[in-house]
Write a protein that binds this ligand. Structure first.
Ligand code: UDP
Length: 422
């Protein structure tokens, strides 16, 4: 066992700042993953530094989350929001800033865990320059994503190459579901070492309040039938499918029906277009009276929304993991999800919810109708959903599995090097 002063790690998340507000524009599951993994590792005695890109002048360069866990914002490109597709050209600057930071601190991070392909490039560059062990989590695979989108961005070729190279050269790839591992093998490369360690959720907070309490807090009548969506406004998220499903007669006929859509930024931001499009569909289907756009909700307060709902719908076209599904399940809310990616692993069909063909509004309508029509069955789904999350998806459990992987990597580093670099 390593002494605590050697348990040090750099988590790199160039575009997903672990210290910013989650749920708007490009901030979603990756930001939550990095922050929660970082905090849980710190509770296990690790010194955790999470590196991201500084995206505004006003942002603090360093944010302390707890004594052992901080976010460090490096300057790479202008200190303003830069779209993901345009960040690649600034990565050499990020690498330089990282090396300068190490030099200032008189340290070398022997363990680097990168997140998303942009950070994979940074991790691979650092690995060329120092004897660090590199672990990587993809969060989304270009090879899968580009199958589902119409307009493939120019940067896609570079992304696909880097993703393949990373699988073949990183010390370990952390896949967050068996489906993701299969995708890597079939679409990227037969080479490379993959460990499956899922994402997690805060099982103490999510699941701490009852349905009635939550409804009282949110001003929702006890007899309402609440269908919930939580997530970013992005076409890939399939909000349109959900809205159209709610517009189908078999769902619309339920008395006291309520559709709550959570997420999205302030007006004028990039995701505003998708929100406007969804609002137009709501109007077109005459669902305004039963639909609420709640906007972005603090991550910790989402527990009230999940708990208040009869069903949470995750209608993504594609979802590498899908934190929202396990958050809802932790709050004892059945989940109806697209039968894709990580959702196939987290949601067990007919045990914790229902899995449905993506983009099939009729199938979603039938599933929603089913859950709303059989409350006794639904209560059983709620119990099993909570059980599954407790046994498989707590952040502390995830951090313990990651720790084992990190320690195995550190064991392969020569002891002298370990001694000299702490
Ligand atoms: N989220 C939030 N507030 C919101 C909307 C979303 O905190 O208003 C969080 C949500 O709880 C989840 C994350 O954003 O933890 C979204 O992660 P997911 O993996 O479901 O999707 P992604 O955004 O990564 O595509």
């Amino acid at each position: 066992m390593l002494p605590n002063n050697q348990k040090k790690i750099a988590l790199i998340s160039v575009h997903g700042d672990p210290a910013i507000d989650i749920g708007e524009e490009e901030a979603g599951g990756q930001n939550v993953y990095v922050r929660k993994v970082g905090q849980a590792l710190a509770r296990l005695g690790w010194q955790v530094d999470m590196f991201t890109r500084r995206s505004s002048q006003e942002q603090a360069a360093i944010v302390e989350h707890s004594p052992n866990c901080r976010t460090i914002r490096l300057v790479a490109g202008a200190k303003k929001f830069i779209k993901r597709q345009e960040i690649f050209q600034h990565l050499p600057e990020f690498v330089t800033a990282f090396l300068e930071f190490q030099a200032q601190q008189e340290t070398v991070y022997l363990l680097i865990h990168s997140n998303y392909w942009l950070s994979a490039w940074v991790g691979m560059e650092l690995k060329k320059r120092q004897s660090s062990k590199l672990l990587h989590t993809y969060h989304s695979l270009g090879a899968v994503k580009y199958k589902a989108v119409k307009n493939i961005p120019q940067i896609s070729k570079t992304r696909l190459e880097i993703e393949k190279q990373c699988l073949e050269t990183a010390d370990t790839i952390v896949a967050t579901s068996p489906q993701e591992q299969e995708d890597m093998r079939s679409l990227l490369s037969p080479q490379g070492n993959i460990a499956v360690i899922s994402c997690g959720t805060d099982i103490e907070r999510f699941g701490s309040v009852s349905r009635l309490e939550s409804r009282a807090k949110l001003d929702i009548e006890p007899e309402a039938q609440v269908v919930l969506y939580v997530g970013r406004f992005d076409r890939r998220k399939g909000i349109e499918t959900l809205v159209r499903a709610v517009g189908c007669n078999q769902v619309k006929q339920h008395p006291n029906l309520k559709l709550i859509i959570v997420g999205g930024s302030a007006p004028g931001k990039k995701d505003g277009k998708e929100r406007e499009r969804i609002e137009n569909i709501v109007r077109e289907l005459e669902l305004e009276a039963i639909t609420t756009f709640a906007g972005r909700i603090e991550h910790a307060d989402l527990t009230y929304y999940y708990a208040a709902a009869d069903v949470c719908v995750v209608p993504s076209h594609y979802e590498p993991f899908g934190l929202v599904a396990i958050e809802a399940m932790a709050c004892r809310t059945p989940v109806i999800a697209s039968d894709v990616g990580g959702l196939k692993f987290t949601v067990v069909n007919e045990l914790t919810g229902l899995l449905v063909t993506p983009q099939d509004e009729q199938a979603f309508a039938e599933a929603i109708n089913h859950v709303l029509s059989y409350p006794a069955w639904s209560r059983q789904l709620e119990k099993d959903a909570r059980k599954r999350v407790e046994s498989m998806f707590s952040w502390d459990g995830v951090a313990k599995q990651l720790e084992q992987q990190y320690l195995a990597e550190l064991n392969q580093i020569q002891p002298e090097l370990l001694e000299s670099k702490i």
